[in-house]
Ligand binder design. Sequence first.
Ligand SMILES: Cc1ncc(COP(=O)(O)O)c(C=O)c1O
Length: 356
Amino acid sequence: MIIPVTKNQHPKEKPQMPLGFGRYFTDHMFVAHFTRAKGWHDPKVVPYAPLPMDPAAAVFHYAQSMFEGLKAFRHKNNEIVIFRPEFNAQRMAKGALRLCMPEVPQELFLKGIETLVAVDSAWVPKEKGSSLYIRPTLIGSEAFLGVRPADEYTFFVILSPVAGYYSAGSKPVKIWVEKNQIRAARGGLGEVKAAANYVSALQAATLARPKGFDQVLWLDAVHKSYIEEVGTMNVFFVFKNEIVTPALQGTILPGGLRECCLELLKSWGKPVRERAITIEEVAKAHVQGELLEVFGTGTAAVISPVGELVYEDNAMKFKYDDNSISHQLYKEITDIQYGEKPDTRNWLRRLSFEKS
Ligand SMILES: Cc1ncc(COP(=O)(O)O)c(C=O)c1O
């Protein structure tokens, strides 16, 4: 596959630290189009610019929109690697079907990202903790107001140099257990990285923030009891005798970092299980001193330890230090991402700079 590149004649100044998250964008973007007649066509890397979009495009009216999130890292020898892009290609392809959108073929997804990251490789930051965040996005772009799946789509990828989510590694967060609003219901879109899921989750987090909370813990839609996710992360509970993460049953986004943590914990001989877990079980285990840690997993923060989990008027506190399981996972994963430990699981895709 040949992906033509049009170089940006007016490159931007690189941003100074601190980079923050999702604030700056590189000089180029990748774009490809789909029509029912032609299938996927015209993939190209072009200067970063606003997308021409008809105001009647499906994305604006019926939320035919989904995205992915992954990262590229710079190693000490200046080699650039992308963390598990095949995983994101597959998750997007699966989710597209649920949203009645055409799958982006894996080759187009991977080649598009690789070409773009190679063109903007100077934007991959050096400092440990920082990385180049990759945001592939798929939208319905047909101009038509009838309620049906669009006949035209745009797939684009943009890049944003980002700092580590927490400057000094993982910082414990304060979480509110949300009993009123829900993130997803069975049969809905919860397991898909649909844009619509994010707007539906905004208000609970927005209401929790002035009360001093960083995010909310989501419970199931029917019983308001089974734990699903924490903010925009998957969640793990470290009990004295086992480590538990909620089983995937349609309402939880199957996270890439969730998979990595399950794999690492198993390889370390830890008793880890994917099963249903209720907030009542968690509260009881905390009272009994059986619950040692709670943490979230996701691309942006890698691992986010929960320092405090507040369920109604019960504030559960957890300590976090170098011996915490969450810290060990954070260290292992980031050491692999930054090339400080061998990549024995084939998680890194090395960027080849050969011109297509
Ligand atoms: C709702 C939600 N859950 C979980 C995750 C974690 O997924 P991943 O580990 O693939 O980043 C994300 C993405 O960051 C998310 O948006």
